[in-house]
Design a binder for this molecule. Structure first.
Ligand code: SF4
Length: 277
């Protein structure tokens, strides 16, 4: 059922990323021209979201840790949301983020970090990054690993899950999306064994709406009390592309609504667009 306001907003602050993943459904590019959102747009948006009673904000991209603007660093952006009492999360695949001079200031403003992994080697690097996050934050930051289902062969996925069992990370499994470069990459097809594997791992797992849509029965049949099932995208959450100033039900939706912001923009303008999808 559609909520009066989204409790969670997924916010892209940049289309820039240096990882070149062939399955990138956001089509993120490694050239920076016009790829970063303006700081003023993000700050005005934060005020509108606060008024609209949004509670959770998930900062992503592109690669959000490589965000650049003339007037604000990533820690300024995160700090603005944090100071306005948002629950702030960030998704990254920048395993060298801890070398950034803004790193400590940024992790101090975060409640959780999801590290994207697509190989055993990525998991090793994620472990190192997680140690730096824990060491540099003066509070507990929830750290999880995010895996896109189907980007590696099943044997590799199995090894990754077994490796993650030894880390204590929570896992987030997200469905494969056919937008952007995801449209030209052929994902690996898994059978329902992957659900049993997850169940037997005893890891705490959350899955996105794409997984729920494609695997709901298998998830329910396996009596997955450790798995958190989410509702449909756009019902209680939405995606805002701050680079291109658009709102959509999800980051892979083809329903795009223009959302330019000025000082005159009010929460009712935002809620009206949210209610329209
Ligand atoms: S999938 Fe993520 S890490 Fe890979 S290119 Fe896209 S934004 Fe970067």
């Amino acid at each position: 059922m559609k909520s009066q306001f989204p409790y969670l907003v997924d916010l892209s602050i940049t289309d820039f990323c240096d990882k070149h993943c062939p399955w990138c459904y956001r089509n993120s590019e490694s050239f920076e021209e016009n790829k970063h959102a303006s700081q003023s747009y993000i700050f005005l948006l934060a005020d509108i979201l606060k008024e609209s009673l949004v509670f959770d904000i998930v900062i992503g991209g592109g690669e959000p840790t490589l965000y650049k603007s003339k007037y604000a660093s990533l820690s300024h952006i995160l700090g603005h949301f944090y100071d306005n009492k948002f629950n702030v999360s960030l998704t990254t695949k920048n395993f060298l983020w801890h070398k950034d001079k803004d790193f400590k200031r940024s992790v101090e403003k975060l409640h959780s970090v999801a590290i994207s992994v697509a190989s055993l080697d990525d998991i090793k690097k994620a472990k190192i990054l997680s140690k730096h996050i824990t060491k540099n934050a003066s509070h507990v930051v929830n750290i999880s690993c995010q895996i896109i289902l189907g980007v590696v062969p099943y044997d590799e996925f199995k090894k990754m899950i077994n490796s993650l069992k030894r880390t204590g990370f929570n896992i987030s499994i997200v469905g494969y999306k056919n937008t952007g470069r995801g449209n030209s990459f052929t994902p690996h097809v898994y059978d329902k064994e992957w659900v049993k594997l997850i169940k037997s791992s005893r890891l705490f797992v959350s899955v996105d709406s794409v997984i729920v849509k494609d695997w709901k029965q298998e998830l329910l049949n396996s009596d997955v009390n450790e798995i958190v099932l989410t509702g449909s995208e756009g019902e209680q959450t939405c995606f805002i592309d701050a680079v291109n100033q658009k709102i959509c039900p999800s980051s892979f939706s083809d329903q795009l609504f223009d959302f330019p912001i000025s000082y005159k923009t009010k929460k009712d303008d935002f809620l009206k667009v949210y209610q329209s999808f």
